[in-house]
Design a binder for this molecule. Structure first.
Ligand code: SF4
Length: 148
């Protein structure tokens, strides 16, 4: 049997996945995010990094009434570039480049959380509306997060 298609991630979503506790823009968004994180937890699928709206953004792009949707705004592209620049500083995250396909192992997720906790990879988080929530979750040891 062939490998399943990789899940498309825009770079800064490698940060957002770490703190996701089931809150988000809408029910359909959080349901989709939960499904993606379950697939990653199962260790059966790869991630591929791409620019622009990804498989996490998809439910928002379908919701024409959601005027808060920001997935196509240029400052969100900036957020992706900031995440890539932070990742480029660490050999642990050398695989995080646009077009690369990789598996998110438990070890890699732990390294990401360690770097997230010390703010080494959080440049992309400034001005994010979820910043305080993500801080609280981090200070609480990522308790209750969907990514295991
Ligand atoms: S603060 Fe915003 S960009 Fe950073 S991880 Fe949380 S939701 Fe993602």
């Amino acid at each position: 049997m062939s490998d399943p298609s990789p899940i498309r991630f825009r770079p800064h979503h490698l940060l957002c996945m770490l703190t996701h506790i089931g809150k988000g823009y809408s029910e359909i968004f959080t349901e989709n995010m939960g499904n993606i994180l379950e697939q990653i937890n199962a260790g059966e699928t790869d991630i591929i990094l791409e620019y622009g709206p990804d498989d996490i953004c998809t439910p928002r792009l379908c919701d024409k009434d959601d005027v808060t949707c920001h997935c196509r705004e240029l400052h969100i592209d900036d957020r992706d570039n900031e995440a890539l620049a932070d990742f480029a500083k660490s050999a642990d995250f050398a695989m995080f480049k646009i077009g690369n396909r990789f598996r998110l192992t438990k070890d890699l997720i732990q390294r990401l959380r360690d770097a997230y906790k010390t703010n080494d990879i959080r440049t992309a988080c400034h001005n994010c509306e979820w910043y305080d929530l993500c801080n609280d979750i981090t200070q609480n040891g990522f308790k209750g997060t969907k990514l295991k």
